[in-house]
Design a binder for this molecule. Sequence first.
Ligand code: 3H9
Length: 693
Amino acid sequence: MTDDVLNITQEGPVALIGLNNPPVNALGAALRQGLSDAIRDLDADPSVKVIALYGEGRALSAGADIREFGKPPVPPRLPDVLDQIEGSDTPVVAVMHGTTLGGGLELALAAHARVVLPGARLGLPEVTLGLLPGAGGTQRLPRLVPLEKAIEIISTGRQVPADEALELGLADDMGQGTPQEAARAAAQAVLDGSLPTRPTGGISVTLDRDVLDQAISRLQNRRPALQAPIKAVEAIALAEKPISEGLPGERAAFMDLMDSPDRQGLIHAFTAERAVRHIPESDATPRRIDSAGVIGGGTMGVGIATALITAGIPVTLIEMSAEQADKARVGVMKNLDGAVKRGKMDAAKRDDLARGLTVATDLASLSDVDLVIEAVFEDLEVKTQIFGKLDGICKSGAILATNTSYLDVNRIAAATSRPQDVIGLHFFSPAHVMRLLEVVVADQTAADVVATAFDLAGRMKKVAVRSGVCDGFIGNRILAHYRKVADYMLEDGVSYQQIDRALEDFGFAMGPFAVGDLAGLDIGWATRKRKAPTRPATERYVEIADRICERGWFGRKTGQGYYLYDDPKARTPNPGAQQIVEAERQRAGVTPRDFSDEEIVARYMTAMISEAARVVEEGIALRPIDVDAVFLFGYGFPRHLGGPLNYADRIGARDLIRRIENYSTEDPHYWQVPTLLRELAESGRSFADLNKE
Ligand code: 3H9
């Protein structure tokens, strides 16, 4: 029998139910109804002695259908369907394969026995979406695995590999073959008694209160303290009660979280990662990239080369001298060693990948590569010269990419006779770790070159976001704007420690001054000098950072910046920098005033949102969600807020305009209402509405 979303077959006493809801067997309304009907009918059929569940396609199920969240619920509810499975008199066995996650794993937990297939990854990632497992996961998992493990799996969302699942007792046996074959074999094992069955909810456990309390206080001390993991551990504590009492407690906590802003922000972040793949060039066929060249063996070039070889693309890295080339090779090896240390790969894999790297000193070595990524010093003259040379060296059809973070890609493309092959690939440092890749599409970039960049990003497991050409593209352009407001507040009287702390309490991993120290203050200094000739006379300019750089204080790498780094763990304010702040306030004739943390955050976020709105208005970003993705994956934006323009919708266009008009009485040049914000306020629409258009 074939339902739309289920493939049901009966083979003698065995009924096989294959979930068939591509691409990931999400447990939407139709699948829940189908499962409920099938279990009811098969359980009532005396000829059926065992029911085996598996997934058609790549997994048993990736969980509840996220697209249904926030909409009116459609019965039957997943917890009820799973209770029905657990309550079935006919034993039910589940095959866990692929990424069996969330409600998908809860489905397996509600079965009477579980078989796992090699390569499967099992997890309860609900907390990463601001939720907790709401279909019995918090009640059934602790009945099967040790408490510490249940807490860890549920509060982090970690995916458990098949062999560990077996070791922990999450799986009863390791299966083999296709999911359907494994289901058939598991059913047979139930029939012949070699795979025992029992309802998980019937198992009783005693939980160590100290372990639970310690986990809760650890989570509470996190900044910001997300509610979902805390509530999840509190729900686990209910597993000591009979399951009929624990489940309603879990459900109530789940429903509370469903209404929380964290849940909305985290699901927006999940959606953003996928939404950015939709680009006008989607239909173009990507060019083949079997080899690449990287020019420049600095931190950036080394990171890019590491990312490429890790994706299985052999790289020729060009440096100026044999000595520098060797240094670059050592840099790549260090990166690979780091991956081994973090358990991301083993030594054999590292050695294999390292063979993909060649270093050279002559650009002519790039004559045959499919892609070149230039990552040299940020100087238009230097870059255009290199592209002129590449034009004469590279084979026809090779993609010529620049890793510039600000410069005009059209002008770089104009240095070649093939502007259609030129594109910006803006990686973020460290390039082998950071997930964001801004794909900068110049006026003449060919559609298949854009499609290739997105394909390449996929191979490198990066989040590619399409950007138009402007100074700084999406991210650095917005950063250059809102970063100024932190300097304005500093000069106006608030300490940089307070600004950093206020923004960290808001959710950023690090405040802007601490970030500057980490990245190197000389970077912003160079940009300010570059932009000085075009700076409008009406623009307020704070010189504090320049004075600090003039002392040779570039942050962590020189041992001091805004903070002192004698002890790398402590963040002690640098008295020298504090003196500079005082002196600059006096020089600027400012009477210092206090700012509340709330005002700091309001000004900083309003500045960020204003420039982000302009970037969307000008078509530099395709949609507001693209800006959100840039900030989530490249700038450490707090994930639970979903990105600057998702957060903007929480404030609302009208209130944002009110704020800007209020601030503009102090500085009408800086604080201007973006046209798009006015349009939204007048039409009553939100940035979320623009994402749907
Ligand atoms: C839950 O289960 C709550 C329960 O405890 C309680 C309920 C009462 N729903 O990522 P991909 C889509 S909460 C709907 O590109 P991959 C995805 O959007 C849920 N759609 O592939 C994409 O669509 P598009 C807990 C989903 O191979 C397409 O499938 N589960 C869902 O890189 C392909 O996805 C999770 O949090 C879903 N659940 O990765 C798992 N999942 O092509 C979330 C995926 O239109 N999912 N889609 O953009 C994942 O982590 C990854 O998608 C997965 C596959 C690892 C499964």
